[in-house]
Design a protein around this ligand. Structure first.
Ligand SMILES: Nc1ncnc2c1ncn2[C@@H]1O[C@H](COP(=O)(O)OP(=O)(O)OP(=O)(O)O)[C@@H](O)[C@H]1O
Ligand SMILES: [Mg+2]
Length: 263
């Protein structure tokens, strides 16, 4: 059963509309009949036990699941700002420009800080140095990294700390000016201070982007997310404003999960 407790009248329009989505790896179902509207310029957390489908759901939103052999949607649809992203004529490069992604293990390229940030711009054919400079500065500011790296833009990204490398990956994702940022456990490999920095950053980024974050850290969901979705075995069990989902969940499975008595 899905409980949607959002006040639909007051909610901003959904950036992503997921309708009756089912997804399988070969014949093994990973998502089952998920219907979920993800609100624009808000942070939605995806929580749930390991294997519940959080990463799969994120990867459906920019179709990178398709890189996995045998992985496919078996039913349902995803619309982003009203457009069916699984239409055959969808330009995947453009989709992934508009729907950026940040992964658990920060993964900067073995290139300079500058070249990491402008990577997608170069891919899309931007050559003008002043345009690249401006985009890099804008993205690094937005990722709260500019002050720390502005004097070493030409040095290797691999010389940064883990937290800085993850903020660099966020800068790289936002340099191409996406609408949506998918974040798959972005703080899982970071210490508490670096985690806090990213969480502060998320609050700023949501002014510009719609953010979906998969996390095992329930405190992080309560600190950051406007809404939270609880998944279990590929099903959406409950979706609600975060405070409501954690304090007064409607579904007994959600209650068991958020109180740590799940099993
Ligand atoms: N590349 C893959 N090939 C086959 N099955 C996969 C693949 N990726 C995920 N699965 C399966 O799909 C289901 C959902 O996995 P998914 O990685 O989406 O869960 P998750 O909630 O992100 O888990 P975690 O919290 O461990 O990251 C699981 O049963 C998993 O084994
Ligand atoms: Mg995952």
């Amino acid at each position: 059963m899905v409980t949607d407790l959002t006040n639909q009248a007051a909610a901003p329009p959904a950036a992503i509309q997921i309708a009756n989505l089912s997804f399988a790896y070969h014949a093994k179902p990973a998502l089952r009949d998920i219907t979920l509207d993800l609100p624009t310029h808000q942070i939605t957390a995806l929580i749930g036990t390991s294997g519940s489908g959080k990463s799969t759901l994120l990867r459906c939103c920019n179709r990178i699941n398709e890189r996995i052999a045998g992985a496919h949607i078996t039913a349902g649809s995803i619309h982003i700002h009203g457009i069916d992203i699984n239409r055959p004529d969808i330009d995947l490069q453009e989709l992934r420009r508009r729907v950026g992604m940040v992964f658990q293990k920060y993964n900067p390229f073995p290139k300079s800080i500058f070249e990491n940030v402008v990577f997608s711009l170069r891919l899309s054919g931007v050559r003008k140095r002043s345009e690249l400079d401006e985009a890099a500065e804008r993205a690094l500011h937005a990722a709260a990294l500019w002050g720390e790296v502005k004097d070493r833009l030409d040095t290797s990204a691999l010389g940064l700390s883990g937290g800085q490398q993850q903020r660099l990956c966020i800068a790289r994702a936002i340099a191409s000016q996406p609408d949506i940022l998918l974040m798959d456990e972005p703080c899982a490999a970071l210490d508490p201070i670096a985690t806090l920095k990213i969480e502060e950053l998320l609050h700023q980024l949501k002014q510009q982007f719609t953010i979906i974050i998969a996390t095992h850290n329930m405190a992080q969901a309560t600190r950051c997310a406007d809404h939270t979705a609880f998944l279990y075995l590929g099903k959406l069990i409950e979706f609600a404003p975060t405070i409501q989902l954690f304090n007064t969940p409607h579904h007994p499975q959600t209650l068991a999960y958020v109180t740590g008595s799940f099993g």
